[in-house]
Write a protein that binds this ligand. Structure first.
Ligand code: G1P
Length: 266
């Protein structure tokens, strides 16, 4: 999914890279090899650009591949987010891991992942990225249950439980999980014991919930910055418009055109 001319996935890999993640495992659905091709070097195109002396073009096609060392695994059946994460066991090699869902974009001038990694290093267990949503919207998300008496205006909130996509009237809070997780290696044992849940899929939320019940500490870092949801059609278009308006090359012209276009709609 391109945002102007950069795939959404590249923004997410850049976020990981900017926060010290050097190795990225991409869990691909069956046959999505174009994604691996995108991050791989392209020697023919590189030498053509080199011959033309197109330094800017060369830098731009190399940029994505230089963000990290890439690894790939195919998820042959769409059995859910929990199943996708389970494909990372060997890759994580017994260490905590960061899970990023590429349909959630965090603005690169706002801070989240670095704080989450620091909180996990200090307190261990699970650390989740959270946003406070209007109650009607909590049905689209995993929902965090804060510890009794937790200060919900704090940046880091202790959690005692999680519920996947609750009905708004039953939701224990309006704190929603966005696609940012720092997980301990114990998640893989929990995933192995997780039965299909909401939507018949293996839910990561259910495996984390099991760990929470087993006494593993769970904390949420509440994000109050700019987030774009490219997994929803309307939100995707809004993300493209907002990021196009701030684009270094086309931002100014696009904003001028947008003003004119919108005033013509009124
Ligand atoms: C997944 C998770 C959910 C989380 C959401 C964030 O849901 O299961 O807990 O809140 O991502 O984007 P999905 O959007 O895949 O339905």
């Amino acid at each position: 999914m391109p945002i102007v001319s950069t795939p959404a996935l590249e923004f997410v890999v850049a976020e990981a890279s900017n926060n010290g993640v050097s190795d990225v495992l991409v869990v691909l659905s069956k046959g999505k090899t174009a994604i691996a091709d995108y991050f791989a070097p392209d020697p023919d195109l590189e030498s053509a650009l080199q011959e033309k002396g197109d330094e800017a073009g060369l830098a731009s096609i190399r940029r994505a591949g230089q963000l990290a060392t890439f690894h790939y695994v195919e998820q042959l059946e769409p059995r859910g987010l929990g199943d996708a994460v389970a494909h990372g066991q060997q890759f994580s090699a017994g260490e905590p891991l960061v899970v990023l869902l590429p349909d959630d974009l965090i603005d690169d001038t706002d801070e989240l992942l670095g704080t989450m990694i620091d909180v996990q290093a200090e307190r261990g267990g699970i650390v989740l990225g959270l946003i406070d949503v209007p109650r009607a919207e909590i049905r689209k998300y995993g929902c965090a249950v804060p510890a009794p008496g937790a200060d919900l205006s704090a940046d880091v909130v202790a959690l005692v439980d999680l519920v996947e996509k609750p009905d708004p009237q039953d939701a224990p809070s309006t704190l929603a999980l966005i696609g940012r997780y720092v997980l301990p290696p114990e998640i893989f044992d929990a995933l192995r014991g997780t039965k299909p849940g909401a939507g018949g899929e293996i839910q990561l939320t259910d495996a984390m919930r099991q760990l929470a019940h087993d006494g593993v500490p769970v904390h949420g870092v509440v994000f109050r910055g700019r987030r774009y949801d490219t997994g929803d059609r309307l939100e995707y278009v809004k993300a493209v418009v907002q990021l196009a308006g701030r684009h270094p090359e086309i931002g100014r012209d696009f904003t001028a055109w947008l003003r004119e276009y919108v005033s013509g709609l009124a």
